[in-house]
Design a protein around this ligand. Sequence first.
Ligand SMILES: NC(=O)c1ccc[n+]([C@@H]2O[C@H](COP(=O)([O-])OP(=O)(O)OC[C@H]3O[C@@H](n4cnc5c(N)ncnc54)[C@H](O)[C@@H]3O)[C@@H](O)[C@H]2O)c1
Length: 380
Amino acid sequence: MRKKINVGLIGYGFMGRTHSNAYCKVNHFFDLPYEPVLHVVCGLEEDKAKAFADQWGYRSYTTDWRKVIEDDEIDLVDICVPNNVHAEIAMAAAKAGKAILCEKPLALNGKQAREMVEVVEKAGVPNLVSFNYRRVPAVTLAKQLIDEGRLGRIFHYRANFLQDWTISAQVPQGGMATWRLDVKAAGSGVTGDLLAHCIDTAMWHNGHIKSVCAMTETFVKERMHAETGKVEKVGIDDACMFMCRFENGSLGNFESTRYARGHKALYTFEINGEHASIAWDLHDLHRLSYFDHRDDSIVRGWRSIHVTDADMPYMDKWWVPGLQIGYEHSFVHQIADFLENLAKGKPTSPTFSEALETQLVCDAVLSSAKKGAWEEISYR
Ligand SMILES: NC(=O)c1ccc[n+]([C@@H]2O[C@H](COP(=O)([O-])OP(=O)(O)OC[C@H]3O[C@@H](n4cnc5c(N)ncnc54)[C@H](O)[C@@H]3O)[C@@H](O)[C@H]2O)c1
């Protein structure tokens, strides 16, 4: 008999949809001790919250997130709001004893993230941050291959996250659709929004980043603010590149921009080791490229692994070999792992504490770019 777990979702936008979809699907594909119940959805606009509740099957809706926290029936608070609202909601949810799933980046900066970690750990509530790319099966398989030692010593970790949607100076900053361009709501630009994903995956694959040297640029210096109607200075980084050293001695190279014309969401990584290399591309997310120098030279070359067999991460839960899954499934896997571990009383990675480490790297990247100098990262 599955135990019901009542979900209070805060934010009915892009991530609100991916998370709701995951709650709806998870019990159909995973044998879990818990069954999420879509209890209440919260968002700023009442008509949209109501429409969302109707469409996804939430029992009720509200425009006040505090009502979600105060509701004794809610077990799990799921935070899918802009970055500047994460901290207040997460800390209130922790104090009310709720389990928490919070979207990334955890906070606006490391200082705020640290405060969140302290509150959540003091409350002892289960907590997870939604760095969902870890749970794309090909990305999880990459982790498995690295941990098995197939690559040998790692020399290089390279990652890009390229988009092109803010090139026009007419795109406003702030407001419902463009809060990502407003530094007060987002905390930073591509560094917290996109590179945070790359950093989370990289540190999961390859260990801690020790030091960074970065440059950022804001190509469009002023934009109209959607809330005030005034042209205001842009405070976010439009593009960011950084090189880094990992604690294991390998070198990293990361780039993100929203000015790479032709790219919508080109997240790629490549890892080069002593014996083998791995490469992955979000546009072809069910494939993992693998090169092994130990193969006979006459058949040596990059192979494209179709990650659909039942012995590959998560794939025994889906279709038959050869039939792939997609983006939304990473969120189903995230919920499945969280619910499984909840029953066992085990933490699910990345916890708030692990996401704080990513936040500290983001802070160091921004600080390095400002100073034009290398920045060491202290995780203590
Ligand atoms: N994991 C990922 O790949 C991924 C992808 C996109 C966004 N995100 C993260 O998810 C979060 C939400 O992003 P999104 O793209 O879904 O945003 P969105 O703009 O699509 O939706 C934001 C939602 O938050 C609600 N909201 C805003 N302020 C609120 C408040 N004070 N109280 C209650 N509701 C409020 C809005 O009504 C809206 O429903 C951000 O932290 C973002 O960085 C993560």
